[in-house]
Design a protein around this ligand. Structure first.
Ligand SMILES: Cc1ncc(COP(=O)(O)O)c(C=O)c1O
Length: 460
């Protein structure tokens, strides 16, 4: 039985905190100043959740690296939690954006780039018709609305411990008795989520079948693999069965590829041969310039056209003045055309494999009760010996203290991981040296964790 001496871990965390404050005095000063005018002292509330007493303020980012205002250099595996997966400020995207910005940013009229991007999305994901938004949240919100409109049904089904952006219907979870309830922390919910949503565990086909059989479900909104509570992969055959159940019960199948595009240029949809009615995606499409999209099959498009009131289209709840603007279209064209190419994905996935192998070697060498999971160029370690099979198992394995300790230990040595759960992404600019540096520092972090085996302290 392996446990961790929590008191000692707490002391080690304090040392890391102290080191963080010493290395980041200028960031600390900027954070103090920001508290005067920014709610919570940050531009967006979740930036308070970085381990350390305040977030690191960035001076400059380039490719897979950035420098903070104190002059510290970092290898960035967080990459804006996928927003920067194309690498920071890739030249070709920066040039295209600068050129477009000088020729008009937002016009309420199309530019020629939109058709190119639509055709490229079709090539990648197989769905013939696309529409654009600024965020993946909006893409999901709009597809849910369409699904309700087309089916005349009120509810959606989501996976337990999913995250699809700030979409009201998705802030639901299962309680201990298996009932759908509001997710902890659900701020100002418009209606109790059980009125709009049914939650099922990923890989639980029986519950899914029961949820769909009542005939009131407009859409299943699923990530192909969970990515926001650790990576939870689907069982073999799961997606075929989901497709079959959705078809049988007249429910639209919506696949959210915002994070799972890590599996390849067409996400899991292409890599695993999925057959969704709609795909949603955002974050990385425009190298971080706000850009997102949803695509639908020809059959769904026909139903959309038939259900559209053209006179009232602008006030129908699907819109956004800045959506589809010229700047994001130019950013997407450059990013998809020249940065996140099929060839780049090949290299990024190889680096993902190297990252996974490095972490696995540390786990094996020290016989740590951890495991590592990979989805293409996205890799994550979770603090349980074997893979979680569903969201509940993954949620139960979260170890906030250990997560924060490893995160801050790495950060203090120039490696940035995604916060909340330690996840790494490879970009086209990431190198094998970057990956090996992570392995080295991760090994040191693991060496310092105060494990206790069968009653005696050991360094694992
Ligand atoms: C799978 C998934 N879908 C959608 C979103 C929402 O993206 P955004 O916050 O850019 O709207 C997220 C955000 O993390 C996500 O993980």
């Amino acid at each position: 039985m392996v446990t961790i001496d929590r008191q000692r871990l707490h002391e080690l965390m304090e040392q890391e905190r102290q080191a963080f404050r010493e290395r980041h005095s200028h960031s600390g000063q900027l954070a103090d100043d920001a508290r005067a005018n920014l709610l919570y002292g940050v531009p967006m509330n979740w930036m308070t959740r970085w381990p350390g007493d305040f977030p690191v303020f960035v001076e400059r980012a380039d490719g897979a690296r950035f420098r903070d205002v104190d002059g510290n250099e970092f290898v960035d595996f967080c990459l804006g939690d996928t927003g920067g997966m194309a690498g920071h400020s890739p030249k070709v995207a920066v040039d295209a954006v600068a050129e477009q910005a000088a020729r008009g940013i937002t016009l309420m009229l199309p530019t020629g780039d939109a058709q190119w991007v639509g055709a490229e999305m079709t090539r990648r994901f197989g769905l013939p018709y696309w529409s654009f938004t600024l965020t993946a949240t909006d893409a999901n919100r709009f597809v849910i609305r369409w699904a309700r409109q087309l089916t005349g049904r009120p509810r959606i089904v989501v996976h337990n411990w999913c995250y699809h952006g700030s979409v009201d219907e998705t802030f639901a979870t299962l309680d201990d008795a298996g009932r759908t309830v509001a997710r902890p922390g659900n701020v100002g919910m418009p209606v109790p989520p059980e009125q709009t949503t049914k939650v099922v565990e990923i890989n639980d086909l029986e519950s899914l079948e029961r949820s769909l059989a009542t005939g009131d479900v407009a859409a299943c909104l699923f990530e192909p693999a969970l990515t926001n509570i650790g990576i939870v992969l689907p069982d073999p055959g799961y997606h075929d069965a989901v497709r079959e159940l959705c078809t049988r019960h007249g429910t639209l199948l919506v696949i959210d590829e915002t994070h799972t595009i890590s599996a390849g240029p067409g996400g899991c949809t292409a890599a695993w041969g999925l057959r969704p009615d709609a795909v949603t995606i955002g974050k990385t499409l425009g190298a971080g310039i706000p850009s997102a999209a949803y695509g639908v099959t020809a059959e769904v498009a026909e139903r959309v056209y038939a259900a559209t009131d053209y006179e009232l289209m602008d006030v129908g709840g699907i819109g956004g003045t800045l959506a589809g603007n010229a700047l994001s279209m130019a950013a997407m064209r450059a990013t998809l055309g020249a940065v996140l190419t099929d060839e780049s994905f090949g290299r990024m996935i190889q680096l993902g494999e190297r990252f996974e192998a490095g972490v696995q070697s540390v786990i094996d060498f020290r016989a740590l009760p951890f495991h590592v999971t990979r989805l293409g160029c996205r890799v994550e370690y979770l603090f349980r010996p074997d893979r979680a099979r569903n969201g509940s198992e993954a949620a139960a394995a979260q170890d906030g203290e250990l997560d924060a300790f490893i995160h801050l230990y790495l950060l203090n040595r120039g490696i940035l991981m995604t916060p909340f759960h330690n996840m790494a992404l490879m970009s086209p600019a990431t190198t094998s040296e970057d990956v090996d540096r992570h392995t080295e520092v991760f090994a040191e972090a693991c060496e310092s964790i105060p494990f206790t085996r069968a009653g005696r302290e050991t360094r694992a």
